[in-house]
Structure formats: C-alpha cells, structure tokens
Design a protein around this ligand. Structure first.
Ligand code: BV8
Ligand code: ZN
Length: 246
C-alpha cells in the first residue's frame, strides 16, 4: 500500500526533487554514519571529520579518509541509485540533491546531481589551491600516509565538506532553490541531522510543498511528512519503479 501511495505522490506532485544521504549507499557496502553500525560508532567525528581536526593533524585525518577512499573506490551503484536514475529518465524526478561524496548517483546514470557535501573526485591544497584527482591521491597513499601538493608540497585535503566548513555556495544555493520549487521532496536514506541540509525539508514545507521519506529509522521530520516509509531504499524504490512502469 505505502509503495503505491508514494508512487502516486511522485506521479501527481511534480516537480519531484530527491534528497539522499548515506542510507542510499549502504546496500553498496558503504557504512552510513549514525546507525548502530555507522562510522561515527567507531570514529569520533570531532577527531576525524572537522576542519579543525584536519588543520591540527592532517595525517591522522588521512588515516581515516584513506580507508574510506578504498571502500568508495570499489563500490558500485545499487538498485536504489538505479531506480532514481530511471525515474529521472522517465521525467518523474527533476534532480537529486545528495549529501554523499561517493559519486554513485552519477555512476548509476543520474544526470542532475547536486553534491552539497563535496565529493572524493578531487583533493586540494589549502595553501596554494592546487588540485589532484582521485587516482593520483590513491597512488600517493600507496607509499605515503597522506597525499601532498605537487606545487608546494603541503598535505592535500579531500574536497569533501568537513564539520565547521562552509558548504559549496553554488551547490547549497541550488539545493535550496530546488527544495522551494519542489511540489514533492522525497528524502531517501538520511537521518536529517546535519545542517544546513537538514533545513531543506523546511524550505519545501514553507513553500507549500509535500514531504515524503524513505528511511530505515525514524527522522525528526516524520510527523510532518505526508508519508514516511521505514524500509530499505533499494527494495522500496525499485518497487515504485515497477508500479509506475506498470
Ligand atoms: C557549516 C563529511 C557553517 C563528508 C559530513 C545548526 C544547528 C546545529 C549545528 C549546526 C547548525 N549549523 C551548522 C552546524 C554544525 C554542523 C552540524 O550540522 N552538526 C550536526 C551534527 C548537529 N554542520 C556543519 O558543520 C556544516 N558546515 O554549517 O558551516 C558553520 C561554520 C562554523 C560553525 C558553524 C557553522 C558542514 C556539514 C557537513 C559535514 N560533513 N561528512 C564525508 O566524509 O562524507 S556530514 C556527514 O553527515 C555525511 O557527509 C552525511 O552526508 C551527513 C548526513 O548524514 P546522513 O547522510 O543523513 O547519514 P546518517 O548515517 O546520519 O543517516 C543515514 C540514515 O539512513 C539512517 O537513519 C539509517 O537508518 C538509514 N539507512 C541506512 N541504510 C538504509 C537506510 N535507509 C534506507 N535503506 C537503507 N538500506
Ligand atoms: Zn600547494
């Protein structure tokens, strides 16, 4: 029933914008952050994911990110990513706003993806601004604890948004604009606990739009959603595709 209700919401509330988090990539073997088995259960984000922590001890932060890069390097999109790409091709999704840095929406074929927390595609030098690509960073990490800038030799920083760091202005501006024009904002696999992204559902509701959520656990917005499905993203989104294709 709820899958059909959500499919009908998507069909009848256009444009539909999707907001995703780490929960859309767990079925690709990438742990999320705040579940019992999440990364923050093992690593203190204040020690490994804040800009202060990076400035204080970049090699320690790279010890954490180096491991994540290896997991992300071999991860493949799952049926949830593929279903969202298919719904976009069918004109039923306007864009995907993602908090994920794993590039899997793009690899699944989604065209309009707004990465509000950056991505692992590149790493940059905070001193001279020089940038290195993903493969170059991985190559350096094979022989060194942290990748270094080819121009000035300083330690590079992954181009992901760390806590205490401003989000890329163009990305958060576009995400806010999309949230405001959305007749339906569909949240998939996010605890909606990290700001300013967690305020996007508020932008949709304030603009008179509707909110729907697919997440394994409850979120702070469930009560204000027209529909909140507590289930796996992959199975739920592919069932919606089957229903709408039918
Ligand atoms: C900033 C790095 C200006 C990239 C991340 C207002 C109020 C309170 C605090 C703040 C505020 N404004 C700013 C802050 C501070 C902070 C913040 O929000 N703190 C929170 C924790 C309270 N925000 C910031 O620092 C932001 N910057 O505001 O700059 C500024 C500057 C100085 C001082 C103040 C302000 C920067 C935020 C970005 C930080 N970077 N990560 C990376 O390594 O990936 S955030 C991290 O959390 C991830 O990137 C992730 O994107 C983000 C959100 O997490 P989710 O994606 O939602 O993942 P989570 O694990 O939480 O949830 C997954 C859900 O999926 C779970 O519920 C699970 O049940 C579900 N699930 C799992 N599997 C499945 C599933 N569901 C369905 N199917 C499945 N298979
Ligand atoms: Zn440099």
């Amino acid at each position: 029933m709820s899958v059909e209700r959500l499919a009908e919401l998507i069909r009848t509330h256009q444009p539909c914008v999707v907001l995703t988090g780490a929960g859309v990539s767990t079925e690709s073997g990438i742990p999320d952050f705040r579940s019992a088995s999440g990364i923050w259960a093992r690593y203190d984000p204040m020690e490994y994911a804040t800009i202060e922590a990076f400035r204080r001890d970049p090699v320690k932060v790279w010890d954490f990110y180096g491991r994540r890069l290896e997991v992300l390097a071999c991860a493949q999109p799952n049926v949830a990513h593929e279903a969202l790409a298919e719904l976009e091709r069918d004109g039923l999704i306007r864009a995907v706003v993602t908090q994920n840095v794993d590039r899997l929406h793009e690899l699944a074929g989604s065209r309009d993806v707004v990465e509000v927390h950056g991505s692992i595609r590149t790493s940059s030098c905070l001193t001279c601004g020089e940038t290195a690509g993903f493969d170059e960073v991985r190559r350096q990490l094979e022989n060194a604890p942290a990748p270094r800038c080819s121009l000035c030799g300083d330690v590079l920083k992954p181009d992901v948004v760390m806590f205490g760091e401003l989000l890329p202005a163009a990305a958060i501006e576009r995400a806010t604009q999309l949230a405001r024009i959305a007749r339906l904002l569909l949240v998939v696999g996010s605890s909606l606990a990290v700001y300013p992204v967690a305020a996007l559902p508020e932008d949709t509701l304030r603009a008179g739009g509707t909110l729907a959520i697919v997440n394994a656990e409850a979120t702070p917005y469930d009560e204000r959603a027209a529909l909140a499905i507590h289930g796996p993203a992959g199975k739920t989104l592919s069932a919606i595709c089957n229903y709408l294709r039918g």
